[in-house]
Ligand binder design. Structure first.
Ligand code: DNO
Length: 358
């Protein structure tokens, strides 16, 4: 495994590369061209410049999160083939720059959904949180406005204002799409991109839906072991793989996270490891990474990754806002750095115990 850190790029991230370089054990970044829109071909010069910038800071690009998938592909509308061609061209441009991991998601309209971006915890830190009751009471068109005020001025990943301005239209476009159609469109997309992924050895890693159930009546499919294994089988190529995000699959307490990791052996190419604290099955908040601060057993999650021979990048995921930091919610420097250090500590202990035979 390689410990990495998500970085949104100069001008979009409050965290700088030199700071990431100083987090012990972090050697790579997971990054993106944040100013590209879904459907656009990523220009080779821009990818090259990003790579040079990261390498000049003594780090390397361990993967891209995300190359977003255009809604036309998810809906399977007549122009979807054109957008798949563009996606293939982007993958080709990434492959030529020696980039071999791409995280993406297949969630309709909204990417991750939270109802609060700054819930205060007893220690004074603030965290992202979700309450089903708040979603049920909300008009989806107002979702964006209801949380944007707490974003510390940042553009949230997957919540780009230009897309959110079209929410009503997007909902109408998804009207005839149920889970089965969405699954078929995803399979079609994967079949079309597998040749370029094979040519450049690019591992595609689908991010789960967050939360792992339908919101606002939209279809959601990457939510549990059964569905993700079905997808692995439908396109049975190692380049069709998974981003194992504990905080997303973990929103459904019925998902047994270590067991899922074991079932996906060989197909997990990237891991987001974070904890959640459940106040009830319908209300959770993003606690510190430490097991004792939340609901998950982080040792068992890391152990399952270790024992299945996971070799890809891990990144700490959403962190709390602590020590007065102002950053994109979930993506400050301090708490994620604590998370990286903690996860590295767990890994070292698991590795040493395994090598000593206990
Ligand atoms: C949220 C992230 C997601 C993730 C995308 C992957 O903070 O985990 O936005 O990057 O769903 O495409």
């Amino acid at each position: 495994m390689e410990m990495t850190f998500r970085w949104y790029g100069t001008g979009f991230d409050t965290v700088e590369l030199w700071q990431i370089r100083q987090i012990p054990g972090v050697t790579g970044v997971i990054t993106t061209l944040y100013d590209t829109t879904p459907g656009e071909v990523w220009k080779p010069e821009k990818i090259h410049a990003l790579k040079e910038q990261v390498e000049a800071a003594g780090l390397h690009i361990a993967g891209i999160e995300s190359v977003n998938v255009h809604d036309a592909i998810k809906i399977g509308s007549p122009d979807c083939e054109k957008y798949i061609d563009n996606y293939i061209e982007t993958l080709e441009n990434l492959g030529k720059e020696d980039i071999h991991l791409v995280c993406y998601n297949f969630m309709p309209v909204f990417d991750w959904t939270r109802t609060e971006l700054a819930r205060k915890r007893p220690d004074g830190s603030t965290v992202l949180a979700y309450t089903q009751a708040a979603v049920d009471a909300l008009d989806p068109e107002k979702m964006f406005e209801s949380i944007a005020g707490d974003a510390n001025g940042a553009i949230l990943p997957g919540w780009e204002p230009e897309r959110m301005a079209r929410v009503k239209e997007l909902f109408e476009m998804y009207a005839g799409i149920d889970n089965e159609k969405l699954f078929a469109n995803l399979t079609h997309f994967l079949e079309r991109i597998m040749p370029v992924c094979n040519k450049y050895d690019i591992k595609m890693a689908i991010h789960p839906d967050d939360p792992a159930w339908s919101v606002f009546g939209l279809p959601r499919i990457i939510i549990n072991k059964e569905n993700i294994l079905r997808l692995m089988k439908a396109v049975d190529d190692v380049h069709n793989g998974v981003t194992f995000c504990s905080g997303s699959y973990g929103t459904n307490l019925e998902n047994d996270l270590p067991e899922m990791i074991r079932a996906l052996k060989g197909r997990i190419h990237f891991a987001h490891v974070r904890n959640l604290k459940f106040n009830s099955p319908d209300d959770f908040e993003e606690s510190a990474h430490l097991s004792s601060d939340g609901t998950f057993d982080m040792y068992e999650i890391m152990k399952a990754l270790y024992e299945t021979g996971f070799e890809g990048p891990i990144r700490p995921d959403h962190g709390r806002m602590i020590w007065g930091e102002k950053a994109m919610p979930g993506y400050g420097l301090y708490d994620r750095a604590l998370g990286a250090t903690y996860l590295n500590g767990l890994w070292e202990a698991i590795d040493k115990a395994a090598k000593r035979g206990r």
